[in-house]
Design a protein around this ligand. Sequence first.
Ligand code: AMP
Length: 219
Amino acid sequence: MSPRLNLIVLGKQGAGKGTQSTVLSEKYGIPHVSTGDILRTAVKAGNELGMKVASILEAGDLVSDDIVNQLVEERFQQADAQRGVLLDGFPRTIGQAEALEGMLGEDGIKLCINLDVPIDLVTQRLSSRRVCQECGTTYKDADIEAISGTCSNCGGDVIQRTDDYPEAIRTRLMNYERDTEPLLSFYGSRGLLVSVDGDQGPDEVTDEIMKAVHERGLA
Ligand code: AMP
């Protein structure tokens, strides 16, 4: 059995996956692997991958399984991933989940954490979310007035992600329901799913997740 702590954080866009993944990755000493971040970095760099996927990201559509699977497989080769990984935004389709099993072996995934948040709340969270163009710091609507368009972390411009515009939000949530929600049964049937109420403070959500990880003797 693989001793590595490979965790998946699943949930609708805006459920708090990024926030929780950042905290958990630090607590467990495993890298936070976000396919969304990898793809956005490529778009910003304007490299071949970035040019291929830019319009897909902007529309809120899904990048093909082949492209994303390859990115993840490459990321797994890096030294820091040998202790385990915290997957955020991957897998997003059954095809990706099956490919992941192929990459890690059937007992490779230790737990899939589903952040459960009602659709109205994630829609509201996404439309009021702002991010720093330079360092990626995310701001909730409560913070926006205070920072007035400038990142308090690095001084960069704070903007609205184009895929957080209303039309793209609708597309992303539709894609989630069609392509990603079936993963709840996929991991549930393998006894690997735990659902956590994501409609509470971030610290409470983290505590619940860590309790579930601990109860299973994973860390
Ligand atoms: P995220 O930051 O996870 O919401 O991802 C932003 C965008 O990147 C998504 O709306 C998709 O266009 C693309 N993306 C990220 N992860 C995946 C994935 N696993 N499969 C397909 N597309 C993805």
